[in-house]
Write a protein that binds this ligand. Structure first.
Ligand code: PBG
Length: 322
């Protein structure tokens, strides 16, 4: 036998020498859920180890994570039902707790990089990412609201905006508004290929943001399609996105790979709530080793071509990989 591939696996040192993919804490973005109030840290029941934080507790969490080497945070607010309306009005009210939190984080922990979510669903009485009219999700009218929301987030101090709504033309609309108002340095990480996925279930529990009627299939992508993701990527590039995201990650590793081959922009992948919940549930039942599974999953997303991974495992990963 002239060729023996096992020679390259014979020791830790050799395995490390030939390793093809490395993951680092600086590749990770940690999504965090927020609620209004004080001294609140409630575990999300379908996401063990993930919490809804009031601002004071959130500051402690971010502080701890920054010390562990996790520096970018994607924040999601849970608003009480009474603040929601058809037009997500509260989303651009500078007094809302979400916008105030962004300002406070940037002031007190300047090394933290803050990413926001741009979509109507946490603020909408319909639970959809856009305006609902006779059961239809309006595109162009929604852009105006997303634009106002984006400006409010930029004004609050956000470093990266994450439009997750999947309306057509939103990246261009937001980019132009930001530039007109002098926010040329604010980045856009577009949710480029966001699929209509069952894996978002636990997230919607965390935010009480499930659609009140219908589903999201007229704006989020069909899980059957990958060529369509390439169209979305082309548009996002033309419209001025700085980074492209694929979401969810694990059932869409081929989409991550395709995008990383056609685009020179950094590719991100969102290891979503349901993907996290499955591993936690199996670990709690003793059906698999949660820690090892987490490492394998994160590595696989990186190997597929994602430079950046948004994951609820970020803090756990950082604790293990000091
Ligand atoms: C909302 C939004 C969703 C997620 C991120 N932003 C849910 C949805 O589209 O219904 C899901 C994240 C996750 O499941 O971890 N625009």
């Amino acid at each position: 036998m002239l060729r023996r591939p096992r020679r390259n696996r014979k020791s830790d040192v050799i395995r490390e020498l030939v390793v093809e993919t490395r993951l680092s804490k600086s590749d990770l973005i940690y999504p965090l859920f927020m609620v209004d109030g004080n001294n609140i840290k409630q575990e999300v029941s379908s996401m063990p180890g993930t919490y809804r934080f009031s601002i004071d507790k959130l500051m402690d969490e971010i502080d701890e994570c920054v010390k562990l080497g996790i520096k970018t945070f994607c924040l999601f607010p849970a608003f009480e039902e009474k603040y929601k309306d058809k037009y997500a009005t509260i989303s651009s009210d500078p007094d809302n707790f979400y916008l105030k939190a962004i300002t406070q984080i940037k002031k007190d922990i300047p090394e933290a990089c803050v990413m926001t979510d741009v979509a109507m669903d946490p603020y909408s009485s319909d639970g959809h990412d856009g305006i609902v009219e006779n059961g239809e999700i309006l595109n162009d009218e929604t852009l105006e609201i997303l634009g106002k929301m984006s400006l409010a987030q930029a004004q609050a101090g956000a470093d990266i905006l994450g439009p997750s709504d999947m309306m057509d033309g939103r990246v261009e609309h937001i980019r132009e508004l930001l530039d007109d108002e002098g926010f040329t340095k604010v980045s856009i990480m577009s949710y480029t290929a966001k699929y209509a996925s069952a894996f978002y279930g636990p997230f919607r529990d965390a935010l009480d943001s499930a659609p009140k009627s219908g589903d999201k299939k007229t704006y989020q992508m069909n899980p059957a399609n990958v060529r369509e993701a390439l169209i979305e990527a082309e548009l996002d590039e033309l419209e001025g996105a700085d980074m492209l995201m694929v979401k969810p990650a694990l059932s869409y590793l081929d989409v991550i790979r395709e995008l990383s081959e056609v685009s020179n922009l950094p590719i991100a992948a969102y290891n979503v709530s349901g993907e996290y919940a499955m591993i936690k549930a199996a670990d709690q039942k003793g059906w698999l080793d949660g820690e090892k599974t987490m490492m394998e999953v994160l590595l696989s997303i990186r190997r597929a071509g994602a430079k950046i991974i948004l994951t609820y495992f970020a803090k756990e990963y950082a604790k293990i990989n000091v």
